[in-house]
Design a protein around this ligand. Structure first.
Ligand SMILES: [Fe+2]
Length: 228
């Protein structure tokens, strides 16, 4: 993924969130230039927990087909006693027919919410003990407290305002239909390095071709960009 593309996608994400009057924490608006003059000792929580922006193509190099723009507003750390927050919150910008591929989380339970835009569509499967898709077992979830029973892989559509709760080890993939979706995640602590089980192995973070300077720093780049 080219740096110029990432720069543009975050510009677009800010504009898209703005359409819904969605204001983000102050550090969402810090450019790389802004970060370089900050007193980083005051921002340790953001840097250590890798809060902030993420633009990923899941290592597949086809962002419009498989990709996601995320902004992590808050998080904790399971094994770091400095950061005892047991919950996390993320914004997800989901394009039309742009897939976040099938995965589950070993430890994290999460609510996935449609805050506005088009239809937020998803497919859900239980995991077998071998961590394959269970094609036989129906899926029961709650959508804003309402019990919903789905056949394995049956499409679930969240309209703006609706949110679904995914328990641990429930496989999910999602995409938007009609218009892009301002998605949201309210969850237990998020650990992208150890807690994601993608059904087909892939990379959580994109590899980047530096064709222009970064306007924005991605959440996994604070260490490399701010120390050079
Ligand atoms: Fe997930």
């Amino acid at each position: 993924m080219k740096r110029s593309f990432i720069n543009r996608k975050i510009d677009e994400a800010l504009a898209f969130a703005g359409r819904f009057q969605m204001r983000l924490p102050e550090f969402a608006y810090f450019t790389a230039t802004d970060w370089r003059v900050k007193d980083l000792s005051r921002w340790r929580e953001v840097l250590d927990l890798q809060l902030g922006w993420d633009v990923t193509d899941f290592g597949m190099n086809d962002f419009t087909v498989r990709g996601l723009v995320l902004f992590t507003l808050r998080n904790g750390a399971l094994k770091d006693r400095r950061y005892r927050k047991p919950y996390a919150e993320k914004m997800l910008i989901v394009g039309v027919n742009q897939e976040t591929p099938m995965h589950f989380h070993f430890a994290k339970m999460e609510d996935i919410i449609n805050r506005g835009g088009g239809d937020f569509c998803m497919q859900l499967y239980h995991s077998t003990t071998e961590e394959e898709l269970d094609l036989d077992r129906p899926v029961s979830v709650t959508v804003d407290g309402q019990a919903r029973d789905l056949a394995p892989g049956e499409k679930l559509v969240l309209k703006p305002g609706q949110g679904v709760c995914y328990p641990q080890r429930l496989y999910h993939r999602f995409w938007a239909e009609g218009e892009p979706v301002l998605g949201w995640e309210v969850s237990m602590v998020n650990d992208d390095h150890a807690d994601n089980r993608f059904h087909k192995p892939l990379a959580r973070f994109a590899s980047i071709e530096e064709d222009e300077p970064p306007t924005w720093i991605l959440c996994n780049e604070y260490n490399t960009i701010l120390t050079t």
